[in-house]
Design a protein. Structure first.
Length: 380
């Protein structure tokens, strides 16, 4: 029998090359309900892959693939940094969440998730909600981040904002040998669920806060709240937040806000925020380092949300989540110290620590033990 050689064009080869660092990538297609999705599992050394599902009207499949591969790899580092026994994964659904999302589409997506048989757990991300995953959960048990009334952990912005505060304290301790945050000046970009909680706390302890947000109502709300608190609040335009003369810049909105243009404007000592993917490029971590601005890697600062959705799989326990969230303080402090000792920037130090943890676990996973280990006694 003659075996014909399959010729692949450049685009096909490029896609295969992009996926080479991932364990598994699934393209999901169900025309009957309009589902077009990609699920990417980057690394399961630490445990089953965990990552949210994003719904966005990507211009092309290649754009969606690029996003899911980048996000899933980031989840591997985020899980390692949070010291939870999960690996990195992510899913994207191609479509407009306002017009294309239906119960049938979500249930179809749930069947694809279920086909991984526990190698991938998912929940909400940009463009999806906790209630969406009630529909997904009708087809699979491998979901997390669902409402409390359905057995979930509830509002993840509570531990996430607490994690930001611990990160601010660690940064203050490193820079000034004091965890005290009051009496300092902060520039907060974005007053969503997390940003508003962080701003409120800082105002309560007497800080001076500069804020910006695209929604006028939330700006009015924080100003009214500040009237009864010790601190002061000043509203600035979105483009002006980068040039504020403050101690710490706290990005809590969109990603990519630290770039060539904004770094030139920054007048702060450090950056500590909850926004995902704050750096437009990894080179900007080096640029911040060269400018003398201490950068707290975002995937450590905002890891408490991940801690909660992971913990939910062992039956929700808010006290346990908050106890685990406290560890962010020491973890970030160690990264600052390691970066200084090794002469590297803080992102390099954080990534190095995560890779080291994964390599250590790769060795331990070769050691046979009978039955399921307690750390993976999770919902199926």
């Amino acid at each position: 029998m003659e075996i014909k050689k399959v010729a692949m064009n450049k685009n096909d080869l490029d896609r295969m090359e992009k996926m080479a660092g991932h364990e598994q990538v699934m393209f999901c297609n169900d025309p009957s309900v309009g589902l077009k999705a990609i699920i990417a599992i980057h690394d399961t050394t630490l445990g089953p892959a965990l990552g949210g599902t994003r719904m966005y009207p990507y211009a092309t499949v290649d754009k969606a693939l690029e996003d899911v591969l980048r996000l899933s790899e980031g989840m591997t580092y985020k899980c390692a940094a949070a010291d939870i026994d999960f690996g990195g994964g992510k899913a994207v659904i191609i479509g407009n969440p306002k017009t294309d999302k239906t119960a049938a589409l979500l249930r179809s997506f749930g069947q694809y998730v279920d086909s991984f048989n526990g190698r991938f757990y998912t929940g909400t991300d940009m463009g999806t909600t906790m209630n969406d995953f009630i529909q997904v959960s009708k087809e699979t048990n491998f979901v997390t981040g669902i409402p409390e009334v359905y057995g979930g952990g509830g509002d993840s912005s509570i531990p996430t904002s607490q994690g930001v505060i611990y990160s601010l304290q660690a940064t203050s301790q490193y820079l000034s040998e004091s965890r005290e945050l009051g009496g300092k000046t902060y520039a907060i970009q974005g007053l969503g669920k997390v940003g508003f909680k962080v701003a409120s706390y800082l105002l309560e302890i007497g800080a001076n806060v500069f804020v910006t947000d695209v929604h006028e109502d939330v700006l009015e709300k924080i100003k009214r709240k500040a009237n009864n608190l010790k601190g002061s609040v000043t509203v600035v335009n979105s483009d002006d937040i980068y040039g504020v003369d403050a101690d710490i810049f706290i990005p809590c909105a969109m990603g990519g806000v630290i770039n060539d243009h904004t770094i030139e404007q920054l007048r702060v000592k450090s950056i500590v925020g909850s926004a995902n993917n704050q750096l437009r490029s990894t080179k900007h971590a080096k640029d911040l380092h060269n400018k003398g601005i201490l950068y707290a890697p975002d995937y450590i600062v905002n890891s408490a949300g991940l801690i909660q959705v992971a913990d939910e799989l062992y039956e929700p326990n808010k006290d346990r989540v908050l106890l685990k969230t406290k560890e962010i303080y020491q973890s970030l402090l160690e990264i600052y110290q390691q970066a200084a000792v090794e002469g590297m920037n803080t992102l390099e130090a954080a990534n190095h620590k995560c890779r080291q943890k994964i390599e250590e676990q790769q060795h331990r996973n070769h050691f046979f033990s009978r039955g399921r280990r307690p750390k993976w006694n999770i919902r199926e």
